[in-house]
Design a protein around this ligand. Structure first.
Ligand code: UTP
Length: 235
């Protein structure tokens, strides 16, 4: 769809929920990480600040499935494996941006009282939701009004576009409309643009979410610089 949306960010840090699926497909996407690193550094030079929460993506699911293939594993334990996958991805990016980011990864609430560097990384926190939920919590804690959900889909659709050819992309949705589209309950490895627990928290705290395709860095750049971009604004 045409880039018609726009969002003006205030001076607060820009909170990004970065899907694990765009960092690692079959292998770690080093070419993407290079470009993402350049992109963030360019924005930092222009005075922007970021908190980036990395997902676990394929690594999380593969490890969760491997454990379950051996014996019956509780959802709680599957979530913990997923959390460790998100931590590994956070450490990868933290290492790449070590000179511009805080060395501590925000792996639980209130871990970092003050943001002393332009970039900070976060990972999964607790079982029961995904890194979307962490991102919304971080937005609340650091006073941001919006989270960017950068994953492998370009919009929220009316149905699963991989299975349903009639699925339509949305530009705007209220949280109520969004919640009617996705499952109500959480389960480990659940694949929905924003997980339902995070959606409820965002709605309660009036946090918006902007869904964009994370590997389209030109569009991503237009979004963070207040230009017209393509994606879905929820809330
Ligand atoms: P992700 O946030 O990566 O979820 O967490 P995802 O749906 O795989 O998102 P993409 O693919 O990266 O975009 C991976 C798994 O880690 C556990 C959950 O099991 C989740 O499915 N997790 C993550 C938690 O239990 N708590 C958290 O705070 C974060």
């Amino acid at each position: 769809m045409a880039p018609i949306l726009a969002h003006r960010f205030d001076k607060k840090p820009i909170v990004i929920s970065l899907g694990g699926s765009i960092l690692v497909q079959e292998h770690i996407d080093v070419a993407y990480i290079k470009k993402f690193n350049d992109f963030i550094r360019r924005q930092v030079k222009n005075g922007r600040r970021f908190i980036i929460i990395t997902g676990g993506g394929r690594i999380a699911r593969e490890y969760q499935q491997a454990a379950s293939a051996v014996r019956k594993v509780s959802n709680f334990d599957k979530d913990w494996i997923g959390i460790h996958a998100t931590r590994l991805n956070a450490q990868l990016l933290r290492t790449v941006m070590a000179d511009i980011c805080t060395h501590v990864v925000i792996d639980k609430r209130k871990k970092l009282q003050r943001l002393t560097k332009p970039v900070a990384f976060g990972s999964g926190w607790r079982p029961g939701a995904s890194t979307d939920h962490v991102s919304v919590s971080i937005a609340i804690d650091y006073g941001a009004e919006v989270i960017i959900n950068a994953s492998n889909i370009d919009h929220v659709y009316s149905a699963d576009f991989r299975k349903d050819k009639t699925a339509q992309p949305f530009n705007n949705l209220t949280w109520k409309q969004y919640r009617a589209l996705v499952p109500k309950e959480w389960k480990p490895g659940l694949s929905s643009p924003i997980d339902p627990v995070a959606a409820r928290l965002a709605e309660r705290h009036k946090i918006q979410a902007i869904v964009v395709k994370g590997n389209d860095l030109e569009n991503f750049e237009r979004l963070v610089t207040g230009k017209h971009f393509s994606g879905t604004i929820i809330g």
